[in-house]
Design a protein around this ligand. Sequence first.
Ligand SMILES: Nc1ncnc2c1ncn2[C@@H]1O[C@H](COP(=O)(O)OP(=O)(O)O)[C@@H](O)[C@H]1O
Ligand SMILES: [Mg+2]
Length: 337
Amino acid sequence: MTTTEQPPLLEARGLTKHFRGRGGLLGRGGAPVKAVDGVSFSVGAGQTLGIVGESGCGKSTTGRLLMRLLEPTSGTVLLDGRDVGSLNRAEAQEYRRQVQMVFQNPASSLNPRQTVGAAIAAPLHAQGIEPPGGVKTRVRELMDRVGLRPDHYNRFPHEFSGGQKQRVGIARALALEPRLIICDEPVSALDVSVQAQVVNLLQDIQADTGVAYLFIAHDLSVVRHFADRVAVMYLGKVMESGATRDVFDHPRHPYTRALLSAVPQPDPDADRGRRIRLTGDLPTPANPPSGCVFRTRCPLRPTLGEAEQARCAGEIPPVPDDEGPACHFADRAVAAH
Ligand SMILES: Nc1ncnc2c1ncn2[C@@H]1O[C@H](COP(=O)(O)OP(=O)(O)O)[C@@H](O)[C@H]1O
Ligand SMILES: [Mg+2]
């Protein structure tokens, strides 16, 4: 007997984006920038997947690939198990309704000449949707949902604080009742005091509506309390992924361990207070190291023998599909610590 298993809401399989490199004749033909290089993960309905990693590791490119703002070089994105690269026009429009995005910089993602009400109404107009009570009523409901006052309707973005602008961005993302919202560092540009309010708002909305999030962050502490699952990226690849609690409490990849060791521990007695410093410069995605892309900065490297180091340089560690560390010597990382 076969059991029919529900496919995840959204899945990325071997997702890759290589940008054409600069340099060479006519500014072309340089080495390709491997911004995203074979990334796989899934997001369940109503769940939050956190994607974390340092600046430049390919988080935003991943988000833009999922939004279909960029064509992948290879790999696939699936919604409900269906390849979104082969949707017809009507299906592609439906995908654009179901998957929405909140951007990092609320100021630059809003048109300065458009009122807040018009900005929130724009997705409804773009999709030709007339809500039962009319667009205005729907926009007012959305404004109320995100904590904006009705009299904000005719105001312009420049009259708003950063936090309020991000609330507009969230209301706009909610307008079409999406099933997934890609949040690309939605609080990074906000004052620390405002960050928690916006994160709480996103959590409340999820509890109310069951929307799923792909939550991109470089701040691990945000993801820790919010995400069900987490994927850690480095130089265009997923180094480790799994249930948030597992990854945070028992990090297995040396990169995850280093990242976490830099986060202040709430518990001063925590054994993991020891900071692991990464030495060496971050390589460029136009010329990533062979084999394991992390090997040039890996804290484990001094403990490895010559043959082991040759393996790191020669063999790409298998990319974890859904779980676990992409490291040849992950067990060593745990033992050595
Ligand atoms: N349009 C582009 N053309 C060339 N390189 C790009 C482009 N967009 C991003 N990159 C490069 O891809 C890498 C990943 O960028 P990005 O996805 O923005 O990282 P993150 O969001 O994690 O900071 C960076 O090296 C960046 O410079
Ligand atoms: Mg980014």
